[in-house]
Every structure is written in C-alpha cells, then in structure tokens.
Ligand binder design. Sequence first.
Ligand SMILES: *Cc1c(COP(=O)(O)O)cnc(C)c1O
Length: 383
Amino acid sequence: MEREIYMDYAATTFIKPEVLEEMNPYLTQYFGNPSSIYHISRKTKAAVDIARDRIASAINSRGDEIYFTSGGSEADNWAIKGIAFANKDKGNHIITSCIEHHAVLHTCEYLEDQGFEVTYLPVNEQGIIKIDDLKNAITDKTILVSIMFANNEIGTIEPIKEIGEICREKGIIFHSDAVQAVGNVPIDVKDMKIDLLSMASHKFYGPKGMGALYVRKGIKIHNLIHGGAQERARRAGTENVAGIVGMGKAVELAAQNMKNESKRLESLRDKLIGGLLKIPGARLNGAVGDKRLPGNVNISFEDIEGDVLLMSLDSLGVCASSGSACSAGAIEPSQVLLSIGLSKEMAKGALRLTIGSRTTEEEVDYLLEVIPSIIERIRKNRM
Ligand SMILES: *Cc1c(COP(=O)(O)O)cnc(C)c1O
C-alpha cells in the first residue's frame, strides 16, 4: 500500500469512529424533526440537548448559551454582524486583528461598506497582539472586539484573558474565533470573560458543516438566519441532528484526551521544529512553548516556493499546506506571515505541518528524513 501521511489537521480532521458511531442512528433510525412531538422526535430533541450540554461544559458555559450553526464561518459572521447591527445605536467601531481568518476579516470589510469603522490591530513577530495597542484603539464608539483564540496558520495563542478583562471593564463586547483552539487547549469563557465564541466541529474530529456560537446570557444580538423558531428563535432551520450529536461526542472526547494528547503532540511538534530548523535558511514562524498550539509547525525556507515543496511532498503521500487552505490557489503570500514581518519571498517559502491524533513518531522521523533532501534538490534546480 502507498504511504499516506496526513499533516493538515488545521484544515480539517477525519471523523473519529466513536463519533460516527453516535451519529449513525440519527441519520437512519431517529430521523424525526426535533420540533415535532411524537416519540422519534422526542428522542432527537433529547440528543440535541445532550450535545448542547457537552459543548457547554467543554467551555464552562451553560447549555442555553450554545447555538448550533453550519460551521465556523457562520458562527463568525453571525457574531460580528449580529453584534454590530444590534448595537449600532451605541457606536460603529469594531476592533479586530490583521491575522484573523477570512471569515472574520471579510465580514469586517463588509461592515465597513455598511458604515462601520474597523481597526485592524498589528501583531508582533510572534503573531501576538499588543495589549497597549488594544487599549489605545478603544474609543467611546467601540462596540465590539473580535480577536481569535489561536491562529490557523502559525498556531499563535493570543492573550485572551487579558483582552477579555479589558473589554469587560470598558463594557465592550468580546468575541473570539476559537475554531483552532476548541478541543486543543483549555477554554473557560467565564474566567476569560468571553462574550461570544465561535467553534467548528470538523477541526476536532467531528463532522464538517457543523459549528456553534456561544453567546453569553444577556448579550443583545441580531439574527443572521431568519425563519423558524429553532435554537430559541435565534437561528432558524431544522437542526442538523446527526451533526450536532457528532459535534457533542467529539468535544467530549477532546476534553477527556486533552491533557495527554497535547503533551504527546507538543513533543512531536518540537521534534519536527527542531529537525527542520537544522536545514540551512530555515526560520520558525510563530511563537514557542505554550503560546503555540500543540499541533502546529510553520517553517519558512529561503529560496523555496512553498507550493513546489508541497507538490514534492504530495508525490511522497504527504498532505501539508503552504498557507491556509482557504487561500490555496491564490498567488498572494499569506497575510498572516507578512503581518509577522516576513518578506514576500520568505512568506511564499512557508510550510505548515499540522499534526493530530493519528500522527506517529515514525511519520515525524520520515518527514525529517525526506524534507532536507527535497529542499536541497529544489534549490539546486533553481540555480
Ligand atoms: C477553519 C476555520 C474557520 C472556518 O470554519 P468552517 O467550519 O470551515 O466554516 C474559521 N476560523 C478559523 C480560525 C478556522 O481555522
């Protein structure tokens, strides 16, 4: 059999067998609409409520603060547009960072067209926003701060609790895109003073097209999807019951395994980073230690086109990424890498390897064996 090494867990994950097993009955046997009142519907409604509670307990919220969505993008869109439109009598200013996912950045750009003003905070060379920049950006018109929990390209974890405390003190609503963080690092929305938090099931071994938005009790938000009275009349549409069940099981598994799994991934991550940095002209993008997601490796190589490197790796059965999957195909260098101070050339020479539950030490060793010679060959061919 041909070798297959998947190192793109930040783009998406497979569904764990235990997750699929819990989903299956809700695709075939218990297919009732949760809004109906007969017995198979009572069963589906109960399953949705259990999943809601599992997700709530993973972030220390209440079940009635969790709203299911079609994924991370919808959660981000809803949080930002919903808060902006519900609070436009109070002000029109939004603060975010320049390294957010497109689901946040493009939503903010849309709102700029609608008359809102957006400040895009810069980041330092590790990809961390400066707290003083945030404090200085706040005006009496600021209604929302949206800062991601952890970055999808370089794995940098932002100072979320500090941001939350500043926002709460000033009475500004704080949203965090935690799509890369949920299931990988501990999250406590109460302790971190987060008002809204986006998540996506397919980033932690649940099904695709499934996400959730946490909205703290009492926060005023407009609907994004109008229609029926599902999700306490805040998000219309017949529930994706199997997806919801899968997301609930996946988050529960992630919480149970988090301590051990993050230790294991950190040690594989650091072995990969250490080995790749021995290659001449290599540089690590992002932060080190506990300011970096356990499964993220992002290295730039001088005189290398990331896409050429990716094709060579693909021919060996290795799935990796050069920037974020969402912008693959775009010729422009990654905005995130430019924001942390890389030249266009070094940004284009980036390789992102994101590891996860099926990653083994043998796979890491194999990559450390083949990448140096691939790089050497590509550089030779350029000359
Ligand atoms: C994947 C991702 C999203 C988008 O989630 P989808 O479920 O694919 O819509 C948003 N933000 C971040 C940080 C992501 O990594």
